[in-house]
Design a protein around this ligand. Structure first.
Ligand code: 2MC
Length: 309
């Protein structure tokens, strides 16, 4: 676990000192229940070119989990345009795959992701950014209707504003360090929703400090701030994320999508609008066979057999 200590300073922000991630991780190994030649991955290869920056496969005992591993080790998984385009393609494929009920995104042992690709950004002009809607495509991670879990390992630079904040059920391992985009040292201020999503996730004080200093927080601090839901030892992280995804995938995909939409409304709208969204979606579940099956199974004391209808 990363070490961290905190002290209050006079202008109300909390200044923290954080240790760097330094311990060595065990070599990557296939997650429990993963399929070496997954049907989904084969299907995606047939449908398009092979992935250069990702490893895409199905995992879980029933192949119900879409597993995406970011693989750009030479740049610590910096999110270049090619990687993000592949990520959108993989997400689209899993979104369309009826067998997949939840998606896990993970990185390498050293880095989950090092944020936007600085070498790619370095020469960009305003015209290129505005005209080409630079980073706009990153929102695809947030608009996926199936639940996404970020299994965060190693450096997660800027990830609060990028993949982590876009994924909905983040898990972290015990010795990660998390960092907002360094607004001051490198100069791009957050541009992928970081000032908005991070602030809503952790509150103004911590978000302000992270954004303005670019300093890291540990996994334990990320958990305490509500940025991640769980923290695991390094060797348990991916299996835990897959197991959580399998559990989600065993429920009705239709009702899970509605529940996800409803929770997101709390993050993105007012309380009154969120409550209205929840009520509408709650009523809508009464039109599904799965709602009837779930309640009937409970009353009959048996396991529900959902048909996603
Ligand atoms: C606006 C938005 C949305 C943003 O995301 S802005 C945020 C951009 N990202 C960052 O500021 C993080 C930059 N990276 C770092 O600070 C450091 O690399 C870390 C993550 C602390 C790791 O440090 P180290 O372990 O010392 O590794 P380091 O030697 O820096 O990096 C290894 C390689 O990855 C490269 N690399 C790391 N992060 C990169 C990035 N974001 N873009 C491009 N290349 C990157 C780095 O240039 C180096 O390449 P080379 O070997 O060719 O010199």
């Amino acid at each position: 676990m990363s070490l961290a200590r905190a002290c209050a300073c006079t202008h109300g922000l909390t200044h923290m000192w954080h240790s760097l991630v330094c311990s060595r991780a065990p070599p990557a190994r296939p997650p429990a229940g993963s399929r070496s030649a997954p049907r989904g991955a084969r299907g995606q290869r047939r449908a398009g070119p092979p992935f250069q920056f990702l490893q895409v496969q199905k995992a879980g005992s029933k192949g119900s989990v879409g597993l995406i591993r970011l693989q750009r080790p030479q740049a610590l998984n910096a999110l270049c345009e090619g990687l993000m385009a592949e990520l959108r393609r993989a997400l689209d494929a899993f979104e369309a795959d009826a067998q997949v009920g939840a998606i896990v995104i993970t990185g390498s042992d050293k880095a989950f992701a090092a944020g936007a690709d600085i070498k790619e950004m370095q020469g960009k002009s305003f015209q290129q950014c505005y005209g080409g809607a630079f980073l706009a495509g990153w929102d695809r991670v947030a608009t996926v209707r199936k639940p996404t879990i970020a299994a965060v390992n190693g450096y997660a630079v800027s990830v609060p504003v990028s993949l982590r904040a876009l994924c909905r059920v983040p898990h972290a391992r015990g010795r990660d360090s998390w960092r907002s985009p360094p607004a001051v040292p490198i100069t791009p201020s957050p541009g992928a929703g970081g000032t908005q999503r991070l602030t809503r996730a952790v509150g103004k004080s911590l978000a302000m400090e992270m954004v303005l200093t670019g300093e890291r927080i540990s996994a334990a601090e990320a958990k305490a701030a509500g940025l991640v839901s769980k923290v695991f030892p390094v060797d348990k992280l991916l299996d835990a994320a897959i197991s959580c995804a399998e559990k989600i995938a065993s429920n009705s995909k239709l009702v899970v999508a509605m529940a996800k939409e409803s929770v997101n409304a709390a993050f993105e709208t007012t309380l009154a609008e969120g409550n209205r969204t929840e009520k509408r979606l709650f009523y809508a579940t009464f039109a599904t066979d799965d709602r009837k099956e779930g309640m009937t199974a409970f009353v009959e004391k048996r396991k529900a057999n959902f048909t996603d209808s």
